[in-house]
Design a protein around this ligand. Structure first.
Ligand code: SAH
Length: 353
């Protein structure tokens, strides 16, 4: 990796400090920040309001991270677009653009691969390769905005990777994308999804932002959760619930629990009633996700009727519940599936040659 400073990963305070350390005037940092985060340029030469001298200094010491679009698949059914981006070290990540009535939402990846080991998830199959830098998370959004010509109003960090396993870079990313001098995307329009890394849930609560928290729960207790997720070996259900209570008390914000329904594993009436007891009194909302089949994984999605019944039971106990629209099925939009099919394809091709 290059030893140059990754200037797009600096927040405005850090950029100020850097610019002052070069004996330049402070207002230069706002100019540079605007070029990077609002105008999206990828060369210092394009920063036409800077002096030649400063452009030269920046070119010698800094790099402007860029992602290269490899592919874009559009779903004919619902217009969802899935993007594959190549990073500077040839790694590949995926992002998704979804259009809703309220605006356009982008789902970004936070890591290359993932080490969390959820047994139904395609992202975890090859393990973790590396964390994404703040600049690489930002670039997924900037590149989609540029390519599609659509304004992005919402962000979900629910693509490949575990955002709370890359916590500092995630928080820096949020700070930059939320900044007035950057894209100014409101904290309430950003959602971070975690498989439940308990110490980071406490940190996130203490950070006291308006960013939404989603937790991949997928079960009402450790025994069923263990069939689906390896994270139970690090943090028990009770520990997870205690951190959730702390979060809602500290922030007064609702948690979204994601619950992927898997046939015969976590979708019985008993599972639903147990879940209502576990979530009793907690400021929350449940989002039911029909399991997306992943090649080589033994899990099947629950029947539609079962899903509706599950929802009815939760609602009978006053838990607000939604069923996630299955967007982008034909474009492998479930977590990690497109990257996986791409890496499989290139592996097969290189095997053939
Ligand atoms: N690591 C984070 C975010 C990435 S996954 C997390 O675990 O929350 C985003 C959501 O999609 C999670 O709820 C995850 O459990 C779910 N998911 C992943 N693969 C899936 C699949 N094949 N079918 C249904 N849901 C899936």
């Amino acid at each position: 990796m290059s030893r140059l400073i990754d200037i797009k990963s600096l927040d405005l305070d850090e950029l100020n400090e850097f610019i002052l350390s070069m004996n330049e005037k402070k207002f230069r940092s706002s100019q540079i920040y605007t070029w990077l985060h609002q105008k999206g340029v990828h060369s210092f030469l394009e920063m036409t309001n800077l002096s030649k001298e400063l452009i030269n200094k920046l070119s010698e010491t800094c790099s402007i991270v860029k992602v290269e679009q490899l592919d874009c698949l559009s779903s004919k059914e619902d217009g969802t677009k899935k993007f594959l981006f190549e990073l500077e070290d040839d790694q590949v990540v995926e992002s998704v653009l979804m259009s809703y009535k309220y605006g356009n939402s982008v789902c970004i990846s936070s890591q290359v691969g993932c080490k969390m080991g959820c047994k139904f998830c395609a992202s975890t199959i090859g393990g973790l390769v590396r964390n994404l830098k703040p600049s690489e998370m930002l670039e997924q959004i900037y590149a989609i905005e540029k390519f599609s010509g659509e304004k992005i109003s919402n962000i979900v960090v629910m693509g490949t990777g575990e955002p709370f396993d890359n916590y500092d870079n995630l928080m820096k990313f949020i700070k930059i994308i939320n900044s007035k001098e950057g894209r100014n995307i409101g904290q309430r329009n950003i959602t971070v999804s975690t498989c439940g890394i308990v110490p980071r849930i406490y940190d996130f609560a203490d950070a006291n932002t308006d960013v939404n928290l989603a937790i991949s729960l997928h079960a009402a207790g450790d025994d069923v959760r263990e069939k689906l997720m390896s994270i139970v070996h690090q943090f028990t259900y009770e520990e997870l619930m205690a951190s959730c209570k702390y979060y809602t008390k500290t922030t007064n914000r609702r948690i979204t629990f994601e619950y992927s329904l898997v046939k015969g594993i976590n979708d019985s009436k008993d599972d639903a009633y147990l879940l209502t007891r576990k979530l009793k009194g907690l400021l929350c909302h449940v989002n039911l996700i029909p399991m997306n089949n992943v090649e080589g994984r033994p899990f099947e999605k629950s029947d539609e009727e079962t899903i509706k019944n599950f929802k009815r039971i939760l609602e009978s106990k006053k838990i607000t519940t939604t069923i996630r629209r299955a967007l982008g099925q034909e474009v492998d939009a479930a977590c990690g599936q497109l990257r996986r099919s791409y890496t499989n394809k290139s592996n097969n091709e290189s095997k053939r040659t």
